[in-house]
Each structure stands twice: as C-alpha cells, then as structure tokens.
Design a protein around this ligand. Structure first.
Ligand code: GUN
Ligand code: ZN
Length: 444
C-alpha cells in the first residue's frame, strides 16, 4: 500500500519492524536498535534516518511510504565466503575436504575459461544471492582471469558490492588450473588495475590455500598486498585436520598454518580467513594483533565434517567474524539457513564443553549481527553498509515472519522482535526474504 504524502520530495519511507545494530550486541546490548512500528527513510540510494514511525514521519518530507507492517526490515545480508564457480557441485556426496577438492571442485572449476559460460554462471549466482537477501559477498572465482571479469561485469550491472579476485595456485592441482608466480602476479595486477573501486567492486588477492601455492607464489601474494595496500587477502585457513597436517609437511619451518601466511605478510586487517577452525591460542593472538578477520561457514563445516568453529575464542581475542555460505561445500545460499547451523554449532560446543555452563548458545540478535554489521566489519565495509545509520548505502531486506505455515504458527504468539527473529533464523529460507533492496532499488 502506498500513501502519498508530498509530490516534490524524493525521500521514500519503508514502514515496518526496523531492526539493526551499531555494535556487537553480545558485548553491547545497547547497540540493538529496534523500532517495532518503525520507519526507514531512503534518499538517492542512501539511508537518511531510521526510527519510530510516529516521530520520523513528521520530521522528514517523505514522498511516499511503503507499508511493510508485519515484516522485519533489516540490513542486507553479507556473505563473507562463497565460491561462485562451485554452484553446480553443491551437495556432492561423501567426501571430506581433500577428496572433495580432487573429485568435485577442480573438475568443476576447469570449465571456467569461456566468457559466455562464466557470465551465465555469474548472473545465476548473483540472482541466487539477491533471492536469499544477500547484498554483499566476498567471492572466490577460479584461477582463470576470465572468470573474474565475468563476475565483476555482472556485479557492476546489478550495482552490487562484490569483492573477488583471481585464484592463485601453482601446485597440487590439475595442470589446466595452475598458474606460475609470474602469471599470478601479472594477471592479478592487471585485474586490480581494471576493477578495483569500479562501482561498488573491490579486489581480493586470493591464494586458494597454502597447499596449492609454492613459497614463491605466497611471496608474490605478499608483494601484491604491499604494492596495492587497499586490496583484500582472501583464503582458506585450518579447515580440516588432514589439511593442517599437509601444511606442516609442505612448510616444515612453520610454527602453524597461520604462521605460513604471516611469514609472507598475508595476515592484515584486510585479510579474511575462511573456516579458521583448527587453531591454537597463539594463532588467535596473532590474528588479534594483526586485526585479521574470520569467516564462520557452519553449513560447509558440518557438510564436510571439518569441525566446529570456536566463536567464543574469536570473541575472547576480539576477532571480527562474519558468516559465509561457502557454496559449493556449503549447502545453501541462504544466510538464514547458515544462521540456523551457526546456532547449532554453538549448541554442540556447549554439549561437548568441559564447562557447559560457561557456553551460551548464539543469541538471535548476535546471529543477525554476524550476518549484517559483523560481516561488514570483517570486510572493513562498516563505513558503508551493515546498519541503518545516516549516509550508509541502502542495502536492506524485508523478512516475512509468516512466509511458511510453520513460521506463521510459530511467530503468531511471539511477544517481541527477538522471538520473531529467532524462528526466522532457524526455519526461514529464501521464501522468508520477501524483498531485497540494493542502494534503494528493489531487486527482489
Ligand atoms: N580449501 C581450498 N579450496 C577450498 C574450496 O574450494 N572449498 C573449501 N571448502 N575449502 C577449500
Ligand atoms: Zn571456501
């Protein structure tokens, strides 16, 4: 329903249950901003204000008000680790990490050398993100620069915030996927010059993981970070025990897996490490000192039997954490479903803890924080996205608590927003995401 208020103003208001965070609610309960009859006001793709409907409707000259009462309006979800070329291998049976890479991942990624094919998959991928309420993503492409061009081109057309880069790998993978330290450097540099900061895009230097890069290539990754200090570093870290043992064998001089990356200058405030499960206290301390960031990928970690991410440890060491789908080892594009499994991982951690009374299952608000502002902080993008503070980019979603029969019955008696948002996280999916807005434009 549209209520026209003034003909000349450009501001549009969205009325509903407005919910966002200005800090981690686990340590800052006052950082939860919730207006049950709220209004989010947007102008020129940016947030003007968010607050109580009654207060804001008279304060601002709003051209129209879109009525989303009965829905939750919250910032767009942020996927901090996903592989766009792996869509077609999602849900492949029976392997753990190394077997999965050899049997499914590498053959799937070998198909990416044709612009038309890559563009088709990129478009499909971005549509999946939007359908699931994801407005920003940190994305693995393949080692072929064509795959990066295709994704960035598609993202530019949709005006989406996408961070990606060419995968670096010069050993332990099939020959067609391998580069050399020289081509890793020249191709990455050309892509950075072509795409970095174009529209809403950013570049990430992307060594696949330590086992598929030689020392010479990891040194090249470090050289690229020095030459282009505002690009990201995106890789995998300590996902699986067999992988950790392999890294020890390949880099016998290293103290730990993270130490390999640190040795080459790859642990910085713009580094995002996917998984980060099998770490010791010194690793957490190094990550904290370097302000590195972790991507928690529960659907993937459970699917591959990799392990249980330790959110308490990450909190203790003040490490920024975002959520990642990790498609195609992860099993869904839906960050709501990722939140479901994130919660269950913390329940399992509690069950197996020596001091279960000290472990609190992930709260509904903190879970949503991880998918929004937490992800934005992990990607150093919290100046632009992740909340509804004035001037931020208007990426947001409209969630319908009555989107399925089960949710409708469960939320009918909910007394507060936390008790509406929790079942949405546990039982919601793409059907729950009624609308997705990108820079104020309705994309779903
Ligand atoms: N480690 C190195 N490459 C990959 C990948 O493609 N997926 C996952 N889950 N882990 C990895
Ligand atoms: Zn991954």
């Amino acid at each position: 329903m549209l209520i026209s208020l003034a003909a000349h103003a450009e501001k549009v208001g969205y009325r509903g249950d407005v919910l966002y965070f200005t800090a981690d609610p686990a340590s800052h309960p006052e950082a939860v901003h919730n207006y049950q009859d709220g209004l989010l006001i947007i102008d020129m793709g940016k947030v003007v204000a968010a607050g109580d409907y009654e207060t804001l409707k008279t304060k601002y000259d709003v051209k129209e008000i879109v009525d989303y009462r009965g829905r939750i309006i919250t910032p767009g979800f942020i996927d901090t680790h996903v592989h766009y070329p792996q869509i077609s291998m999602t849900g492949s049976y029976g392997e753990q990490l190394i077997g999965c890479l050899n049997d499914y991942t590498f053959p799937t990624e070998e198909k990416f050398s044709d612009k038309q094919y890559d563009s088709h998959v990129s478009d499909t991928f971005l549509k999946q993100l939007i359908d699931n309420g994801t407005t920003t993503a940190l994305v693995f492409a393949t080692s072929n620069p064509v795959s990066v061009d295709a994704l960035f081109q598609s993202a530019l057309q949709k005006n989406m915030r996408v961070i990606s880069g060419k995968v670096l790998m010069d050993r332990n993978a099939p020959a067609p996927l391998l580069d050399t330290p020289e081509t890793a450097y020249s191709q990455s540099k050309a892509l950075i010059l072509k795409w970095q900061h174009k529209g809403r895009l950013d570049y990430a230097v992307t060594p696949r993981f330590a086992p598929t890069s030689t020392d010479a290539e990891l040194a090249i990754a470090g050289k690229l970070l020095k030459e282009f200090p505002d690009v990201y570093l995106h890789t995998h870290l300590a996902e699986n025990n067999q992988e950790v043992a392999w890294v020890k064998k390949l880099f016998p001089w290293s103290r730990s897996y993270l130490d390999v990356y640190d040795h080459y200058g790859l642990v910085t405030a713009k580094s995002i490490f996917a998984h980060a499960i099998h770490l010791d206290d010194q690793d957490y301390a190094v990550a904290e000192a370097k302000q590195a960031n972790f991507s928690f990928c529960p659907t993937s970690n459970l699917f591959l039997g990799s392990g249980l991410f330790n959110l308490d440890k990450a909190r203790k060491y003040h490490i920024n954490v975002g959520l990642g789908t990790d498609i195609g080892a992860g099993t869904t594009f839906s960050l709501l479903q990722v939140m479901d499994e994130a919660y269950k991982v913390t329940q399992l951690r509690k069950a197996y803890s020596e001091n279960p009374q000290e472990v609190t299952p992930l709260s509904p608000m903190e879970n949503l924080y991880l998918a929004t502002l937490g992800g934005a902080k992990a990607l150093s993008l919290d100046k632009y996205i992740g909340s509804f503070e004035n001037g931020k980019e208007a990426d947001f979603v409209v969630l319908n608590p009555a989107s399925t029969e089960l949710l409708k019955m469960r939320t009918a008696n909910s007394k507060n927003t936390a008790d509406v948002i929790f079942p949405i996280e546990i039982m919601g999916d793409d059907r729950t995401v009624e609308h997705t807005y990108i820079m104020g434009n309705k994309a779903k």
